[in-house]
Ligand binder design. Structure first.
Ligand SMILES: [Zn+2]
Length: 308
């Protein structure tokens, strides 16, 4: 299997789910082995889409370096991963990737419009040396070596519209486009006030999220089990922070972005990617400082809030 990039630059604009701010995203071709690299339009700062760049993983995955941050990268990351696009540069003019319809579908359409180009370099699959488990009793993830990539997900929630949803999926491009990319993010109406107080969901609306009231969804569902499908989509996007595809089966129960990141970091340690990562991220110290700043800044999750 060879690496892929896109044929031409494409742009899209919209409001960020959490910041409520408008951003314009331009995705351009990138050379082999570049991976996915975000570029902050204002500062020109380049932020590799790697676990080392994550500065916050509550409710969304935020990347940052030297104080520059780009929020909510997971759906565009999932779109690239699901379409098998390895190398792109994503210029972001604004603080957050636009929510669009709350799913990865608009990014899939955008990348499809850009066309795909096969590159001469081979895609290098990561192989997992041993099973790994992260998390605790009710929320955990396990990854085991496998010839084919697979995600098996169980989502439990006492909300009547969710209940227990279980799905096991071995990705193909077609099933990604038809069955997972359109699954939207979701949130609970009862949490909205508190989330907005914490600087979250400020751009959230019925146009870009499934909103759950006491009895059910206020807007119609695209799939009966859209919630677990979206969880799988988010996991696919966060796993792409490994920078390479992995031959493994991920078995997850009630995860979220923080647990996804924990898994990615544990996999990196197991496959010995850490040293390489340190060598390619010269600003590691500054990054650590911005990570501390993010911790101080908050995004403290209130107990019982559902992760989006
Ligand atoms: Zn999501």
């Amino acid at each position: 299997m060879r690496q892929n990039t896109i044929r031409k630059s494409v742009s899209i604009e919209g409001v960020g789910l959490h910041s409520g701010k408008v951003a314009r995203v331009t995705i351009s071709p990138a050379p082999a082995d570049a991976g996915v690299v975000f570029k902050a339009h204002a500062t020109g700062e380049r932020i590799p889409a790697r676990a080392e760049s994550v500065v916050n993983s509550h409710y969304a995955t935020t990347l940052g370096v030297n104080g520059t941050r780009i929020q909510t990268v997971e759906h565009v990351m999932a779109a690239a991963a699901g379409l098998g696009i390895d190398n792109i540069e994503i210029d972001v003019d604004g603080p957050e990737i636009p929510a669009l319809d709350g799913s990865a579908k608009p990014f899939v359409a955008l990348l499809a419009a850009a066309g795909r180009v096969q590159q001469s370099a081979r895609r290098r699959l990561l192989s997992l040396p041993c099973p790994i488990r992260v998390g605790g009793a009710g929320r955990w993830m396990q990854i085991v070596p496998s010839d084919t990539f697979r995600i098996s997900y169980t989502l439990d929630n006492d909300h009547p519209a969710i209940g227990t949803q279980v799905l096991s999926w071995s990705p193909s491009e077609r099933s990604f486009v038809e069955e997972f990319a359109p699954a939207r993010t979701y949130g609970f109406l009862r949490d909205l006030g508190l989330m907005r107080k914490n600087g979250l969901a400020r751009g959230g609306s019925l146009d870009n999220a499934i909103v759950l009231g006491n009895r059910g969804a206020l807007n119609g569902l695209r799939y009966d089990d859209e919630f677990v499908r979206h969880k799988i989509l988010d996991l696919l996007g966060d796993l792409a922070l490994l920078g390479r595809p992995i031959g493994a089966h991920v078995i997850a129960r009630n995860g979220g972005h923080a647990l996804n990141l924990e898994l990615v970091l544990a996999v990196q340690r197991a496959v010995g990617l850490e040293r390489r990562a340190a060598a390619t991220v010269p600003a590691a110290a500054a990054d650590e400082a911005s990570r501390d700043a993010a911790r101080r800044e908050g995004f403290v999750p209130a107990p019982g809030l559902a992760a989006i």
